[in-house]
Design a protein around this ligand. Structure first.
Ligand SMILES: NC(=O)c1ccc[n+]([C@@H]2O[C@H](COP(=O)([O-])OP(=O)(O)OC[C@H]3O[C@@H](n4cnc5c(N)ncnc54)[C@H](O)[C@@H]3O)[C@@H](O)[C@H]2O)c1
Length: 258
């Protein structure tokens, strides 16, 4: 059995599933944590890991998950939902609460328990999935964007505290990625990944929409000893989307002025 272990929340689907697969290939024993039992079990079986049903809005679930991992090397806090959609004036407070409970409070609790078990061992890497929506306006739903700005702040704050325990905390920022989450919005059907891919503009960098596997290399790096000097940082696995969500307006002509 592998002697390094990793937890991936939201590991049953999309980015989490692709990263769970990559971490397993990197030699980690992977615990796939999700609320989707059947999919989670399938992913765990495929990668030789273990599925642990975990709802990140429940602290007792996270506590049990982390304790099950035993000596935990990597915690990838990736579970998330788009949650409340629509204009600000029509935001339903309960929907906002549910979105915050998963994306922000859930991530906070994952960090809390990951640090609890990593601190006595004096090492560990925590990776959080942030989003372009938390950095620039207009590319994500309101509450979602607020939660993702929140998790980025949480990463910086916690990283500052726990570096003296030998624990690193970083975020990964995926670009627009075809997954059940984006398909639910772009195609009205989380299972229709083809329709989501057709609806999503191809990335100018790679000539196609982003895929979950496009994030796996960044997560693998942050999980590995190659990033031993990296903490409190934000790693963009977004084909330049956050830097420039639209075309480069002034990349034409020769000179403007006298
Ligand atoms: N797809 C994108 O374009 C994109 C871009 C930037 C960031 N992200 C972020 O990446 C992460 C993964 O998204 P994805 O695109 O792979 O979507 P996805 O829907 O395929 O995966 C999200 C997973 O999280 C799980 N989940 C939801 N609520 C949970 C809860 N309470 N407890 C445990 N698990 C829960 C879901 O069951 C699902 O398996 C999310 O945090 C999302 O915000 C996605």
């Amino acid at each position: 059995m592998a002697d390094r272990s990793a937890i991936v929340t939201g590991g049953a689907s999309g980015i989490g599933a692709a990263c769970a697969e990559r971490l397993a290939a990197d030699g980690f024993r992977v615990l796939v944590a999700d609320v989707q039992d059947e999919l989670g079990r399938m992913v765990a079986q495929r990668i030789g890991g273990e599925f642990v049903r975990t709802d990140v809005t429940r602290e007792d679930d996270i506590e049990a998950l982390v304790d099950r991992a035993g000596s935990l090397d990597v915690f990838f806090a990736n579970a998330g939902v788009f949650g409340a959609l629509g204009p600000i004036e029509q935001t339903v407070a309960d929907d906002a609460d549910r979105t915050i409970a998963v994306n922000l409070r859930g991530t906070l609790l994952c960090l809390k328990h990951a640090v609890r078990v990593m601190r006595p061992r004096g090492r560990g890497s925590i990776i959080v999935t942030a989003s372009p929506g938390g950095i620039v306006g207009g590319v994500g739903p309101h509450v979602y964007s607020a939660t993702k700005a929140g998790v980025a702040g949480l990463v910086r704050s916690v990283a500052a505290e726990v570096r003296e325990y030998g624990i690193r905390v970083n975020s990964v920022v995926p670009g627009a990625i075809v997954s059940p989450m984006t398909a639910a919005v772009l195609a009205d059907d989380p299972a229709d990944l083809d329709a989501a891919a057709r609806a999503m503009a191809p990335s100018p960098l790679v000539g196609r929409p982003g895929a979950p596997g496009d994030v796996a290399g960044a997560v693998s790096f942050l999980a590995s000893a190659d990033s031993a000097f990296v903490t409190g940082s934000e790693l963009f696995a977004d084909a330049g989307y956050t830097n420039a969500p639209g075309p480069a307006s002034f990349a034409k002509g020769k000179f403007a002025g006298h």
